[in-house]
Ligand binder design. Structure first.
Ligand SMILES: [Zn+2]
Length: 550
């Protein structure tokens, strides 16, 4: 996610609908008052965003195991082959009939390397030890309910015998939203489990030995809650956002890693997994998802390999524009009245994916969905990012705006969070600093005259202070936290780059992305990779920006 400035924005709601206008009216007036009366950024209280990250492990086929047969509802039939080999053609799904389609072409930008042929690596389920999720889910859009059968193939790669397995169940943090109907292990009903808030603990009848695997079955329903004012998970009048919506096994690092939520910042840590979702919903519902859709009998199937989480947003009012970078399909989902903004962020996404694919690593997934929703900010998930309706309303063209800068930030998280994961709670700078500085790289290469604007608009306006290595629990206010982690982080990256020189700096970025692709980095991993690319003395820079010695 991100922070953005609003105090000098001419916030102007569009015509999304009267409901929004009514609900937002008072907020809007307050925002206007702030705009007129004070240049000080308005402190913002942020929702409890939930972020999904990665890490389980793959299997030689997309369906490496049979669904635990004791789950009552038969699972849909899964086909054998993944869509394509690593760099071959991606089957593009048919655009929803009621959506508008516009194809944009990548911009030639002054300093951008020619990005016509971007190598695309389509993740394949070739890692036999990666956790594998298969879900079949029926979404009743109007009733706001979802029925799901989930099958998890879990491989014990922890190196120790496990007497329990812990899963994150984020919907259970919303009262009455999550109902656990049944749990199975290797086709046998499991009753020795406990579900407390976000934590589902399965107590195994016998320890799962290192190198062994087990199959878990979970049958659950969601009574999808109304979306909180600034939250993501839930429904509003024309949209359902399903984020962190299914139980997933959390990473194990000397114990199960499931941090406490905070009002701001992301608390979840994810291993990379392979995910298959078979979905049924209404014919008039358009689904924006983390992966391409393909027909599978009466189901629509989505397959996402090497990702931390599978996210979707459904609406009966989505409009859509699409483009592509190489084999990567990029779709922008927006609402009536926001086409210019929807196309504008699509254009920026093409620029960003093109540039980052060259500068960092090939884009990690087959598709990218950019989804308008009513939040205050932006939020990243694998293959899907959400952006605030306010940004669409404020958009007046060009690139000097929140829609572009925050949109590019969330897109950069596809590399720094998605491809290269981290502990977002304890070391949030590892993804947030990188995503913020990636904005700078975006403007530098696509709009070289906007550099000063970006530093002032996004960073120095806030006169940031604080240490870059601040956990989400130690930041104080949201503003102080983002100033330290995101904005001081951007200055650290700039100073690091000057100290290293451009050649070594960009070689470091590429090497870092390659070394830790589909993995999870730590602070020491970051600095070890830096030091592999420079012999420069960094001690003064480290002293200035970091509380710890690394
Ligand atoms: Zn972010």
């Amino acid at each position: 996610m991100n922070t953005h400035r609003t105090s000098t924005q001419n916030t102007e709601y569009g015509t999304r609908n009267t409901y929004i206008s009514r609900v937002a009216c008072s907020v809007f007036l307050i925002a206007l008052l702030f705009s007129c009366s004070s240049p000080t950024p308005t402190p913002q209280v942020f929702p409890t965003f939930i972020l999904i990250t990665q890490d389980p492990n793959a299997s030689p086929t997309p369906t490496p195991f049979q669904p635990s047969g004791q789950i009552n509802t038969p699972l849909p039939t899964f086909t054998q082959a993944p869509p394509a080999s690593a760099t071959s053609t991606i089957t593009l799904t048919t655009a929803p009939t009621q959506t508008a389609t516009q194809t944009l072409t990548p911009l030639p930008a002054s300093r951008t390397p020619t990005v016509v042929s971007v190598t695309t690596t389509v993740p394949q389920p070739t890692t036999p030890l990666r956790t594998n999720y298969i879900l079949s889910a029926t979404l009743d859009f109007d009733a706001h309910t979802l029925d799901a059968d989930e099958t998890i193939r879990y491989y014990n790669t922890t190196g120790v015998a496990l007497s329990d397995i812990v899963l994150s169940v984020q919907p259970n943090r919303y009262g009455g939203a999550f109902s656990l109907l049944a749990v199975f292990q290797d086709n046998v009903a499991l009753t020795t489990y406990s579900l407390n808030d976000q934590r589902l603990t399965l107590n195994l009848s016998q320890p799962l030995q290192p190198g062994s695997a087990t199959t878990l079955g979970i049958k659950f329903t969601l009574n999808i809650p109304a979306k909180a004012n600034e939250g993501l998970f839930g429904y509003d009048f024309n949209q359902i956002n399903l984020v962190d919506w299914y139980p997933f096994v959390v990473p194990y690092v000397n114990g199960w890693v499931l941090h406490d939520p905070m009002p701001f910042g992301e608390h979840l840590v994810y291993d990379v997994s392979d995910i298959e979702l078979n979905l049924k919903t209404g014919a008039d519902v358009v689904v924006a998802a983390s992966a391409p859709a393909e027909p599978n009998g009466e189901w629509t199937r989505y397959r996402l390999y090497g990702a931390r989480t599978f996210t979707l947003s459904a609406s009966d009012e989505f409009l859509m524009s699409e483009s592509a970078v190489g084999l990567v399909k990029i779709r922008s989902y927006y609402f009536d009245g926001y086409k210019a903004a929807g196309d504008g962020i699509l254009y920026a996404a093409v620029q960003a994916v093109s540039l980052y694919s060259v500068k960092f690593a090939p884009y990690p997934y087959e598709t990218l969905a950019i989804v308008q929703t009513d939040i205050h900010d932006g939020m990243e998930y694998d293959g899907l990012v959400f952006l605030a309706s306010d940004f669409y309303g404020q958009y007046g063209g060009g690139a000097k705006n929140n829609l572009t800068s925050i949109g590019v930030h969330e897109i950069a998280h596809q590399w720094w969070f998605g491809l290269v994961g981290n502990d977002q709670a304890l070391e949030p700078w590892l993804d947030e600093m990188m995503a913020t500085y990636s904005e700078k790289i975006f403007y530098e290469y696509n709009y070289p005259n906007y550099g000063n604007w970006w530093w002032q608009f996004r960073v120095d306006y806030f006169s940031p202070t604080g240490y870059v290595d601040t956990p989400i629990y130690s930041g104080g206010t949201f503003r102080a936290y983002t100033n330290a982690v995101y904005l001081r982080g951007a200055h650290f990256m700039e100073d690091l780059r000057v100290r290293m020189g451009d050649d070594d700096f960009f070689a470091f970025l590429k090497d870092y992305a390659a070394r830790y692709s589909r993995g999870r980095v730590t602070t020491n991993d970051f600095f070890n990779t830096v030091r592999a690319h420079t012999g420069a003395d960094l001690s003064d820079v480290m002293m200035e920006y970091f509380s710890g010695s690394y």
